[in-house]
Design a protein around this ligand. Structure first.
Ligand code: FES
Length: 77
């Protein structure tokens, strides 16, 4: 699970499965560009896992996540 804060609202967090929906490489978060990049074929995903640029056609799998006090809670299913 990869957890990032919403760049536009720091009170919101997103939790995604970093496995690219194209062919399964591991995406990485690019803080400056506020997106996930896939190193294999350059797909790009928004902070909430939606496809910004192909070749991926499906979003990243996501999990429900929230900030609670000093903790971040991620629901596994
Ligand atoms: Fe991610 Fe192809 S495996 S773009």
């Amino acid at each position: 699970v990869l957890v990032v804060r919403n760049p536009d609202d720091r009170t919101v967090v997103y939790a995604v499965n970093p496995t690219c929906s194209h062919e399964g490489c591991t995406v990485k978060w690019e803080t400056d560009e506020k997106k996930y990049d896939c190193p294999c074929h350059d797909a790009e995903f928004s902070p909430d896992g939606q496809v910004m640029e192909g070749p991926a056609k499906k979003p990243l799998a996501t999990y429900t996540a929230k900030i609670e006090g000093d903790s971040i809670l991620v629901k596994s299913i």
